[in-house]
Design a protein around this ligand. Structure first.
Ligand SMILES: Cc1cc2nc3c(=O)[nH]c(=O)nc-3n(C[C@H](O)[C@H](O)[C@H](O)COP(=O)(O)OP(=O)(O)OC[C@H]3O[C@@H](n4cnc5c(N)ncnc54)[C@H](O)[C@@H]3O)c2cc1C
Ligand code: FES
Length: 293
């Protein structure tokens, strides 16, 4: 009897949950909602019901996200000043106590159900969506490839050394985005070059490793807080290995384009000599710039 009651109660709860999900998705009408961004810098109106992440995306505000916005990468944090509703159980594991107290939320989890006011870092307002085509693919090691994207629309990128882009890749459950550091120097404005290590079974890295010259690609960027010290007297020490050499390549070439005499050390970590790449380029560079060791 008790077992029967338990089964019935569970069934009722499951049924109600499914009904609420369906009702939320197909029947709920939140009407027009307004999102105020960064104290009125931007204001947009949209039909409520979708996630804050997709609402921002539709309005060309590209905040970082990965894993198709499934709420585990923690990239999509925004500060909700008003209108976000209560914190969801799908958000709490990914937010610190301080973040929760200051209104930080995961944009991929919060639904737009009423007028909202939010804050995002100023520089995310300058992130753009790029359409490009693969213009070069080079094998660097047994599992690392250099892939070059020629920019089509827009046809120029303005980035800082150490920043990254988010490439869109087709996954089994739809489009996913993955972050890859820009390895091309900042003065090469018409291309974005990546250095990608193949993660066995990985969606993004497999997609990029299978790209061929001429294939269309799409990504957003640039992202990232990294800032190179602007004081030319300050010595740079770059330590990296494998795909971690991508941002370092951008940093080194960008440094010597701007400061011919700046001092810079490179330490390339690897398991075997077969894992070393770009060495001839760096040797060439050190002949021109004696302060590069
Ligand atoms: C800011 C930033 C910059 C990055 N820059 C680069 C870059 O320049 N070059 C580059 O190659 N990668 C870079 N990455 C990593 C990249 O974003 C992806 O995480 C990586 O390519 C794996 O994605 P995937 O879709 O292939 O694998 P997924 O489909 O995400 O994962 C498949 C499986 O592999 C596991 N896995 C995921 N990542 C790794 C890993 N690194 N090692 C071992 N197992 C893993 C997962 O747990 C999962 O089980 C960067 C990441 C960040 C956050
Ligand atoms: S997109 Fe990853 S947590 Fe929101």
């Amino acid at each position: 009897m008790n077992v029967m009651a338990l089964v019935v109660t569970t069934g009722v709860f499951v049924g109600l949950s499914v009904w609420f999900l369906i009702a939320e998705r197909y029947l709920a009408n939140y009407g027009k909602c307004t999102i105020k961004l960064n104290e009125g810098d931007k204001l947009f109106e949209l039909n409520g019901g979708g996630t804050l992440l997709s609402a921002l995306y539709e309005n060309k505000i590209f905040i970082p996200s990965a894993f198709g916005g499934k709420g585990s990468c923690r990239y999509c944090k925004v500060t909700v000043v008003e209108g976000g509703g209560p914190l969801l159980p799908t958000e709490t594991p990914y937010l610190t106590r301080a973040e929760r107290m200051s209104g930080v939320r995961l944009a991929c989890q919060v639904k737009v159900k009423q007028d909202m006011e939010i804050k995002i870092p100023e520089e995310l307002l300058y992130v753009q969506e790029f359409q490009a085509r693969v213009s070069g693919v080079k094998e660097l090691t047994r599992d690392i490839k250099e892939v070059t994207f020629e920019l089509i629309e827009p046809n120029e990128i303005s980035h800082r050394p150490g920043q990254y882009v988010q490439v869109r890749a087709p996954g089994p459950d739809g489009i996913v985005t993955r972050a890859y550091s820009i390895s091309s120097p900042v003065y090469e404005k018409n291309i974005v070059q990546l250095v990608v290590r193949l993660v066995p079974g990985g969606i993004g890295s497999t997609y990029i490793h299978n790209l061929k010259e001429g294939d269309p690609v799409s990504f957003t960027g640039p992202y990232g807080e990294f800032r190179l010290n602007e004081d030319p007297e300050v010595e740079n020490v770059c330590v990296g290995g494998g795909a971690g050499m991508a941002p370092i390549r951008c940093i080194i070439y960008s440094i010597f384009h701007r400061w011919l005499e700046r001092s810079c050390w490179l330490f390339f970590g690897c398991r075997t000599t077969k894992d070393i790449f770009y060495m001839e380029n760096y040797e060439e560079l050190s002949k021109k710039h004696t302060n590069f060791k």
